[in-house]
Design a protein around this ligand. Structure first.
Ligand code: EPU
Length: 430
């Protein structure tokens, strides 16, 4: 049954108050799930967010023979042995991040077959870095139709030196995992440095891997073989910095006194500094961020915002930040440097009354402040979907946001959690 979110706008009045807790990070949980393939023991992971992307990745693994049990937010995955090394076409294509399964399967079983993940609304999403890296480790690739068939050499994958032309998050994670099963040392240069990569390295190292430098541009991995989770340990997924950041932007726009709890403020330096520059001071507490009502909207100033790999401004917060900039005095420019299709949602914001001009696929000019009006919108991807909820809460009147699946992909029961801080948002079945 089609479902949409019905959101009552607060006409710019800062009424949100209380505490909102951040869930476990989607982009950390997905990689830990993939890492289970490298383990000789069942893998216990706590603080798994109840989101659709996690369900889809687990479905793929279960379809391949893994056994998964869930108890609240803790899951146990036993992948030993997988019944097949082939990723089924439809589910793998539907979930781009299924690409992170390929390396661990290849490393462990010496063979993997998977479909090209294909592009998506935010852009092309090539996998050349993955393929070249597998080849550099000695694997042979054949392509039939849209399927890749990748085979490790007889003696197994070989450690090697990799240089990523583009910093890639899933590329770094996948090769880090694959290299734990290669012979000798692998070095990844120009590696991505996101906190989720550091956590992944920590859980692998705690289980017998030897990975150094995660969180820096050079990561070295010594291949030591199968991993085992130490008895009695559970790995806890860290807080989702993108969710925390989105709540912070919401608070900057509409918070009377809002605390974002269960987060790691240091993971959000770029956003906190950017909001501060624009005129919204953020209070950092131990595991919390706090934002209170500003004196007057007139104090907000515009900015040139450029997305960047971590620790720069995250592309995943670009859409909510653009909504923020529609409420700021003056002309802001948003430069999306990572993905080419990640600004298309601005047309919908313009229908709501924003004044945003697309200069080219990577850059928009945002003139503000503008009064937003409630509209019927379609969520194009999860990050723009949450940005639409924020815009709808800022607006006058009621909005309907369709395609909620895209929001459920990455945000757990978002309407219930936003209602607790005073938002009027309902999930409506048509
Ligand atoms: N790239 C290549 N070749 C490759 C791989 C990537 O050219 O083989 C390019 C991409 O086209 C892009 C750039 O490298 O221009 C960076 O992309 P990256 O590989 O880092 O993105 P990703 O690993 O596919 C992850 C997150 C994204 C997040 C990006 C950037 C996961 C599952 N996904 O994607 O999250 O936007 O890093 O930080 O970790 C989301 O959660 O909504 C989301 C899209």
């Amino acid at each position: 049954m089609p479902t949409y979110f019905r959101v009552k706008g607060m006409a710019g009045k800062p009424k949100l108050a209380g505490e909102i807790a951040v869930s476990g990070a989607k982009n950390a949980a997905l990689k830990a799930i993939a890492a289970s393939i490298l383990f000789d023991t069942p893998l216990h992971i706590a603080n798994i967010p109840a989101i659709e992307d996690v369900n889809r990745l687990l479905d793929i693994l279960v379809g391949m023979g893994a056994r998964v049990t869930r108890e609240g937010k803790t899951i146990t995955i036993n992948t030993l042995p997988l019944a097949t090394d082939i990723l089924a076409s439809a589910p793998a294509k539907r979930l781009r991040s299924s690409i992170v399964l390929t390396g661990p399967i290849l490393g462990r079983y010496g063979h993997v077959r998977f479909p090209h993940p294909g592009g998506c609304v935010i852009g092309e999403r090539p996998i050349d870095l993955f393929l070249e890296s597998f080849e550099r480790m000695g694997a042979r690739i054949t392509k039939t139709g849209s399927f890749y068939d990748i085979r490790a050499p007889k003696g197994g994958l070989r450690g090697t030196e990799l240089f990523f032309r583009t910093q890639s998050v899933t590329g770094t994670e996948t090769m880090m995992m694959t290299a734990t099963r290669a012979k000798g040392r692998t070095t990844i240069k120009n590696a991505a440095m996101e906190p989720e990569i550091v956590w992944l390295a920590e859980i692998l190292n705690a289980s017998g891997a030897k990975i150094q430098g995660a969180g820096t541009p050079t990561v070295t991995i010594d291949g030591l073989g199968a991993l085992a989770q130490k008895k009695g340990t559970t790995f806890v997924v860290p807080p989702d910095r993108i969710e925390a950041g989105s709540f912070l932007i919401l608070g900057a726009l509409l918070g009377r006194e809002l605390a974002i709890t269960h987060c790691v403020p240091d993971h959000l330096d770029a956003l906190i500094e950017t909001l501060d520059y624009c005129g919204v001071p953020i209070e950092r507490r131990r595991n919390e961020l706090f934002v209170r009502q500003r004196d007057t909207r007139a104090t907000l100033r515009s900015i040139i915002l450029k997305t960047h790999e971590y620790p720069g401004f995250p592309t995943d917060l670009q859409a909510p930040m653009t909504v923020f900039l529609t409420q700021v005095f003056g002309e802001s420019m948003v430069f999306e440097t990572i993905f080419e299709g990640r600004l298309n949602y601005v047309e919908s914001l313009n229908r709501m009354g924003a004044n945003i001009t697309m200069m080219d696929p990577h850059r928009v000019l945002v003139k503000g402040p503008t009064r937003l009006k409630g509209k019927r919108l379609e969520s194009p991807d999860l990050r723009a979907g949450l940005a639409f909820i924020i815009a709808a809460l800022c607006a006058n009147g009621v909005s309907e946001i369709a395609n909620v699946y895209n929001i459920d992909r990455g945000y757990e029961r978002i309407e219930e959690r936003l209602r607790i801080i005073g938002a009027e948002i309902d999930r409506v079945e048509e």
